[in-house]
Design a protein around this ligand. Structure first.
Ligand code: HEC
Length: 119
């Protein structure tokens, strides 16, 4: 009986102890993402009207701009697969990421910028 009580206490601490840290990490990534802009003016204009509204808001479930940890497993799929995801839509992301007049080159540059690899 005593053992079970101890186990319950330990479990409670594990659950309660982890959640706030995860939340504050996400919140920090969200704040950081909002300061980032592509260096290129034309790309920045596209980013601000299309991608930014989702990719700086954790609640959308999108990998946040500049969040290398979130982008790593995405980048591992290869740029061609990611390009395909943007053009056809992927999960909660609508086709073209809401940029109907973007070229493949622009999408690629935007992906690299958001993944923190360029821009
Ligand atoms: C309406 C919200 C929204 C907009 C606008 C949006 N995205 Fe996304 N994006 C998402 C969400 C949500 C995901 C994660 C989907 C999932 O993993 O189920 C995502 C994922 C991605 C991925 C990873 C795809 C993969 O295969 O893992 C890329 C790349 C991406 N977005 C690029 C862009 C680009 C570039 C733009 C702007 C042109 C953009 N997104 C605009 C919501 C959005």
């Amino acid at each position: 009986m005593h053992m079970i009580k101890l186990l319950l206490v330990a479990l409670t601490f594990t659950v309660v102890g982890c959640a706030p840290e995860q939340d504050s990490k996400t919140a920090a990534a969200e704040v950081a993402s909002r300061d980032l802009q592509p260096a290129d003016g034309q790309l920045a204009e596209i980013y601000n009207r299309s991608c930014r509204s989702c990719h700086t808001v954790a609640a959308t479930g999108s990998p946040l701009t500049g969040d290398a940890t979130a982008w790593q497993p995405r980048m591992d799929k290869g740029i061609d697969v990611l390009l395909d995801s943007v053009i056809n839509g992927f999960g909660g992301m609508p086709p073209f990421g809401l940029c109907m007049d973007c070229s493949a080159e622009e999408f690629e540059a935007l992906i690299l910028f958001m993944a923190g690899e360029q821009g």
